[in-house]
Design a protein. Sequence first.
Lengths: 440, 170
Amino acid sequence: MVKTGKDRALWLVEETLRSLEEGWVPARIFNDPDIFQLEQEKLFTRAWVFLAHASEVPKPGDYVVRYIGQNSLIVVRDEKGDIRVHLNACRHRGMQVCRAEAGNASHFRCPYHGWTYRNDGTLVGVPAGTEAYGDRLRKEEWGLIPIRVETYDDFIFGNLSEEAPGLLEFLGGFEWYLDLLNRRSMAGMEVVGAPQRWIVDADWKLGADNFVGDAYHTLMTHRSAVELGLAPRDAKFAMYGESVHIPGKGHGIGLISDPPGIPLPPFWNYPEEIIRSLQEAYPSKEHIEVARRTKFVHGTLFPNMSHLNVMIAKDHKSPPTPMYTVRLWHPLGPGRMEVWSWFLVEKDAPEDFKKLSYLTYERTFGPAGVFEQDDTENWRSITKVAGGTYSLRNRLNYEMGLGHLQPDPAWPGPGVAYPLDYNEANQRNFLRTWAEYLLS
Amino acid sequence: MARLSNMQKLKEEVEAFLFKEAELLDELRYREWLELLTPDVQYLAPVRITREREKGPGLVEGMAHFDEDYTSLEMRILRLETEFAWAEDPPSRTRRHVSNIRVGEPKEDEIPVRSNLLLFRSRGDSPQYDLISCERHDILRRVNGGLKLAKRVIVLDHSSLPTHNLAVFL
């Protein structure tokens, strides 16, 4: 019997769960309207989704507008200094009460009929309230709808579900790696400027899949950067590392060291001020030891937040500088996403380093970045083909590392680690978790 | 009258410069484009976000899509010349529509110029295309009798860019 609509989507997800054990997945999962709808209903309603960094809303009243799925949300620091997330919809007719992307406001006033809310969400003003409603309207019951919010360090996450487990349980050990990236200084990290945003005709999972474990693509996709010397002059440089995933949680990370014969400076080549400060700020000795040999880190926090912390050169005449970006692969529709990309730096880093790190980021990643340009080109192409009917039968190979790699018992961090970053265990774990959300 | 005609001449020279620049980029003649830039060129496209009217045009301080100097622009062109610049190989078909050219009062050897740019970009066999709209605030400098681009600030008319990458120059 030919399956259609939601039935076919569920069959595809079950097929994915089965086929991952054999090391393949149906290409169709990367461009299908019913899969997209299922993701919206089953995944983005229950997973913790990254919204903003606290440094984007430093003062009371500061707000930014962000999204989970197609839901517009206001992330605001209220007058008491607490971070709150509200559904960006007036309780009267559902109009967006906040139509700028960022700003500072003590109140949000709906342009439609003027209902006015304090930045903590309380409904405080209803024009002609007595004439229009008599004494019926109970304002205390009609505040902006609060969205569940939790933060880890300064990273703000939202969850549309009241029943989903808390953020720490959701991270399931991945916070060890967040510490490695974000606790290099007691002062913490700051977002510089605002995130870059751009539209890519590609499935959001391709970004997540790439960052969670795909060190392998650097040898061909980013060959131009290797030839120019922006990355180590060994096309296989990204192989020499550890790939780690958190089973059942979907998160994964790759930590890459020096390629053979190309010794690189320790601690990502951070300036000495940061290297001194990380030795005090890191929560464990193991963090210091891992950081000492780490030069390139890529990872995905399930479902759609990724991290990249690498030492690369801003041009063909400069030495490598470390830069750190987090990004969201925000699904917009079947085969279509918006990328949000933030650049972060240690708040207390020297100013000249901050500038150099920013330039390194802007020239290599983001929409004009010479690495990322080629990634989005590839993901569009995959997505286009995945929209064809043959993609239901087109098996994409996910066998890398299956069978021939054994876990590394000496790895000091949480999760299952393998001593090679050319490995697709992280991708398999990501898609397995994705499938489990869609089927449960 | 003489002054007016000097200004008219300058305007024609600036127009010819910007049209030639657009031609070189549309024809993928990147090396020749690089020759139009001064060695101390600044090339900037700030991130732009939606702000309330009283907060101004929403140009973000400290974060840009392009923040380039001569060396980094040269790097981008060297990259396009490798065999591995997938983003533009096969290349996009582009057409730069340059209009609303406004030549300001020259200061010594530098001429402030504003122009509008509408970039049409088509890739592969898809009938879809990207349109990128911006205003460019340029400083052109008189060098050895000719003009060179010394500074460009690209004021984008987009918050979220309607294209999968900026592997093109604006």
